[in-house]
Design a protein around this ligand. Structure first.
Ligand SMILES: CC(C)(COP(=O)(O)OP(=O)(O)OC[C@H]1O[C@@H](n2cnc3c(N)ncnc32)[C@H](O)[C@@H]1OP(=O)(O)O)[C@@H](O)C(=O)NCCC(=O)NCCS
Length: 177
């Protein structure tokens, strides 16, 4: 259930993550590419939904914590998304604003990709990203994802970034399911 990297430990969310998570997804600048920042109720629902996803699917957004202090600074994980009539595994991430540009999202997402390819017999992973969300696009591109197509997702135009298993493997990861 745990995913660790050089600096981070990713673990399933728990109810007591509320304050830490609200500092991330309740922030209007962090959530500028969403219709609005999350209020307290949506933040509680977000934690519950991801706890349920873990119970039912074995995957969902996880708490991203610093190994050095245990502090929760965001979320990252692989989530099953219904898209174009099928179900695809999406890599998602949110990092608290004062921790941006230290490579945390890239590091967390890469570890989640290794977990996802190693756990599920999927031939590709995706990220749904609004064209104007340049930081998120950069994280995806640094981890080898490329624009595959465009979709209307929740009524908003998104790029579907994707990476095939064989392309991830060629970068040296060991992740057979
Ligand atoms: C997207 C997000 C998770 C990136 O987190 P992060 O920890 O700062 O990302 P990293 O430090 O790993 O940076 C990855 C790359 O993005 C670039 N980047 C980060 N923030 C950027 C910004 N505001 N503008 C331009 N580039 C940016 C970094 O410079 C880095 O590229 P580089 O190595 O070529 O310089 C963070 O900006 C965030 O939480 N955004 C709001 C939530 C969100 O939109 N999530 C994605 C939904 S699709």
């Amino acid at each position: 259930m745990l995913i660790d990297t050089a600096r981070l430990l990713l673990r399933p969310m728990v109810s007591s993550d509320f304050e830490s998570l609200y500092a991330v997804i309740g922030d209007p600048i962090t959530m500028q590419f969403y219709p609005e920042p999350f209020d307290k109720q949506r933040t509680l629902d977000w934690i519950e939904r991801n706890m349920r996803r873990h119970a039912e699917d074995g995957t969902g957004l996880r708490a991203v914590t610093l190994r050095s202090t245990g502090e929760m600074i965001g979320d990252c994980g692989a989530v099953w998304q219904p898209i174009d009539g099928s179900r695809e595994l999406e890599i998602g991430y949110h990092i608290r604003r004062d921790c941006w540009r230290r490579g945390y999202a890239t590091e967390a997402a890469r570890a989640v990709m290794t977990f996802a390819f190693g756990t599920y017999a999927v031939d590709h992973l995706i990220s749904l990203i609004r064209p104007e969300n340049l930081p998120s696009r950069r994280v995806a591109e640094k981890n080898g994802l490329r624009i595959d197509r465009e979709v209307e997702w929740k009524g908003i135009r998104h790029y579907v970034y994707a990476i095939k298993r064989e392309d991830f493997l060629t970068e040296g990861a060991v992740c057979e399911p």
